[in-house]
Design a protein around this ligand. Structure first.
Ligand code: DGL
Length: 265
């Protein structure tokens, strides 16, 4: 690709920023449009038909307006449902974010893996199929968290959340004999892009140490491979942040690091 590509990164809210920051690091030559569909947040509380009916036409409008070269669906709750619909409807490449069950099970030594996602993501047939195909004999515990994405939004928005709130969502991930490292969960899949926003807190609160699997670096590599060689000498690229609610957020300083320090339009 000889021109600077435009990458549109889409999530229900601010969680996709954890994917964006990896993509920005991998592709500093690209222009970025980040879309938070906060008017419909949280996706985890919506039915499957509602999400398909929301995202597919909205994506058509966004493609029409921003003409991206590639779209990242930085949301597990949406990707596990709408990717096939988007690929059927629009001809540009879509990169999704789906639970990293295969690498988690490949690396688990205790053979106990937990998948922490929204209630929607853990219910999906897509997620169940990943477990059937890639659990490799591991015992996989699905944990559908009702509130963690909203808690992460609040924290990033400058409204501190309590340890107790986080622990209540996290505790079901920790399964087995706490005293026996060979017989307890040793790997937790972060199957919602909001959760890495709380990773430091979760590490401190966890009853024992585990490996936390965040697929964002792998997604960034996939995006970069699809785009091909970087555009040379294009200077600092642009970044735009869109909230579908049109709210005024006052979060420019908080959000800028996720965009590699670019000024937000
Ligand atoms: N960030 C989204 C995900 O990865 C979910 C948050 C929501 O429920 O909207 O699943």
């Amino acid at each position: 690709m000889t021109h600077s590509p435009t990458i549109l990164v889409f999530d229900s809210g601010l969680g996709g920023l954890t994917v964006l920051r990896e993509v920005v690091a991998a592709r500093p030559d690209a222009h970025y449009v980040y879309v938070a569909d906060d008017a419909f947040f949280p996706y985890g509380h919506h039915g499957e038909d509602e999400i398909i009916a929301r995202v597919v036409p909205l994506m058509g409008e966004l493609i029409g307006t921003h003409d991206p070269d590639l779209v990242v669906i930085a949301c597990n709750t949406a990707s596990t449902l709408v990717l096939s619909h988007l690929r059927a409807a629009y001809s540009l490449p879509f990169v999704g974010t789906v639970p990293a069950i295969k690498p988690a099970c490949a690396q688990s030594k205790s053979r106990r893996v937990s998948v922490l996602g929204t209630r929607g993501t853990v219910k999906r047939e897509y997620t169940r199929a990943l477990i059937r195909d890639f659990a490799q004999g591991c015992e996989v515990t699905l944990v559908g968290s009702p509130e963690l994405a909203s808690l992460a939004e609040r924290e990033l928005g400058g409204h501190p959340i309590s340890d107790g709130d986080i622990l209540a969502e996290l505790t079901p991930c920790f399964v087995g004999d706490p005293a026996d490292a060979d017989a307890r969960t040793d790997t937790v899949v972060l199957a919602c892009t909001h959760y890495p926003l709380l990773l430091d807190r979760m590490k401190k609160l966890a009853p024992w140490a585990v490996a936390w699997i965040d697929p964002a670096p792998a997604i960034a590599r996939r995006v970069s491979d699809l785009l091909g060689a970087q555009a040379a000498g294009t200077g600092q690229s642009r970044a735009e942040m869109i909230f579908t609610s049109n709210r005024t957020h006052g979060l420019e300083a908080t959000l800028a690091p996720f965009f590699g320090g670019r000024a937000l339009a």
